[in-house]
Design a protein around this ligand. Structure first.
Ligand code: GBH
Length: 484
């Protein structure tokens, strides 16, 4: 007789479960799951960036950036989207700070739009350029939220692209330092933590590289130019560190935020772990390794050959200006690594086609990147203070009939990544805090508004904000400073 799923059938099966509960094993049901705590004082925050949330593209004397130009080129952004209005954060920042407060976060990482401050990239500062950020900073502090400011999250003033070819010229590195010093002189009375550049490797490779995925300015430059651009960005970072120390208040803390190429041992054997450390150093050689060591590795220079960047010893010293902390943006494992007998000492394994990913095709699910990423960085370079400056996921969020958003896949992702982060802190990896990307749904670059990364849903027609179920999950993690 075919089984029929009726109310009566359900009641019957519930009874059956009740019967099993009488066995001793079910005593577990009364036991609270052990909590896995984070260190006392662990910093919990959210992160955003200017072009992705602010909107107000022409207000208060803001100049244009390469993203204004790029997003308005037909066919570049999914759905013809652009950041003219984005999440309208420029006008709704008080509401957004209230959302942060409701989450229980005590820190917020945002970015400052260079073209708001210097509409032409250099020269005269816009007198209204920092007004918005001053209002935001004051609102954060009034709500007990510590501001962490990023100076460059990809919105290069278009004027510098036009005049110098952007980062192709060392002039842009110098202009960045001038901008950084100016901002430091104005905000470090209240902002103690400053990130110079966000994800250099990403905006260089996708903004100037061979593609197919593109970011602004969307130029396909040959390899030697690409290596020189990377060098100029590293130099811009180093010059900015020096300018911030010179013009900011004493005690200002400086770091950068990088999408570290995370190398995870495929199986955690001592040999593979060692191989993942070697791989970490080599796979980050063009940028992070150069900044943390003040040199390009031998293997990097040998591989680049005639395409290697031109540099001086003096520049390498500037690039390696000491930092107070390091920010790591960790979304996924870039490589799974095994030991090998080759000269390199490691092999990078190919990803099977069936490797799982989240709503964005590139966003592989590999929570152990959140353990090995910071651990290898701390081990290889002796870094003493690390922040996870971004981690989060896109999800195909759907507003249910009752208006709620049950983003169970985002909760699954966060629970697993945070479990590995807790494992890292418990093993003594010096991670001081975590910034969830992102507070609110926003303009996801070439994906437009199609990929939602927020803990809080944004209706881009009405700009109404609705916290998703994952916001409640994150609130509980913060309240307990632990995973349940
Ligand atoms: C970060 O980049 C950014 O800092 C942030 O602005 C962004 O909104 C967030 O993450 C979510 O994407 O060639 O298949 O790898 C994350 C790293 C590297 C992911 C480039 C997308 C391009 C697609 N990004 N990658 S692929």
């Amino acid at each position: 007789m075919a089984y029929q799923l009726t109310r009566r059938g359900l009641a019957g099966s519930a009874l059956a479960v009740g019967a099993v509960a009488a066995t001793p094993a079910m005593a577990l049901a009364d036991k609270k799951p052990a909590t896995r705590s984070f260190p006392n004082g662990f910093v919990w925050g959210t992160a955003t960036s200017a072009y992705q949330i602010e909107g107000a593209a022409t207000e208060d004397g803001r100049g244009r950036s390469v993203w204004d130009t790029y997003a308005h080129i037909p066919g570049k952004i999914r759905g013809g989207a652009h950041g003219d209005r984005a999440s309208d954060h420029f006008h709704r920042y008080k509401e957004d700070v209230a959302l942060m407060k409701a989450l229980g976060t005590t820190a917020y990482r945002f970015s400052i739009a260079w073209p708001r401050v210097f509409p032409d990239g250099t020269g005269a500062a816009n007198p209204q350029g920092l007004d918005f950020y001053n209002r935001l900073i004051d609102e954060l502090l009034a709500n007990g939220i510590t501001p962490f400011a990023t100076l460059y999250h990809w919105d290069l003033p278009q004027a510098l692209q036009d005049r110098f070819g952007g980062w192709e010229s060392v002039e842009t590195a110098r202009a960045f330092a001038d901008y950084a010093g100016y901002v430091a002189s104005k905000i470090t009375d209240r902002v103690k933590n400053v990130f110079t550049i966000n994800e250099a490797a990403t905006f260089i490779d996708f903004g100037y590289g061979p593609g197919p995925v593109e970011l602004a300015p969307g130029l396909k430059r040959p390899q030697p130019v690409l290596n020189q651009i990377r060098h100029h960005v590293a130099l811009g970072h180093g010059l900015a560190v020096q300018a911030i120390r010179a013009q900011g208040r004493a005690g200002t803390r400086v770091g950068l935020a990088e999408n570290v190429v995370s190398c995870v041992p495929a199986i955690e054997t001592p040999a593979n772990i060692r191989a993942s450390e070697i791989a970490t150093r080599e796979m980050n050689a063009g940028y992070l390794t150069a900044i943390l060591e003040g040199r390009y590795t031998d293997a990097f220079l040998a591989y680049a050959g005639a395409d290697a960047p031109r540099f001086t010893a003096e520049e390498m010293k500037v690039i390696a200006s000491p930092l107070d902390f390091l920010g790591l943006n960790i979304y996924m494992p870039q490589h799974y690594v095994t030991a090998s007998d080759t000269a390199a000492g490691f092999s990078l394994l190919p990803f099977p086609a069936s490797f799982p990913h989240m709503e964005s095709d590139w966003l592989r699910i590999g929570p152990e990147a959140m353990y090995w990423g910071p651990r290898n960085v701390a081990k290889v370079w002796g870094v003493k203070e690390i922040y996870i400056s971004e981690n989060g996921t896109s999800a195909a969020d759907r507003v249910l009939a009752d208006g709620s958003i049950a983003d169970l896949d985002r909760i699954m992702y966060l629970r697993n990544y945070l479990t590995q982060l807790q494992r890292a802190t418990a093993d003594g990896v010096p991670v001081a805090g975590y910034f969830q990307w992102s507070l609110i749904d926003n303009f996801e670059w070439s994906d437009g508004f199609d990929k939602r990364f927020g803990l809080v849903h944004v209706d881009f027609e009405t700009q109404q904000r609705t916290p998703k179920l994952s916001a409640e999950f994150y609130r509980q993690v913060i309240a307990n400073n632990a995973l349940a």
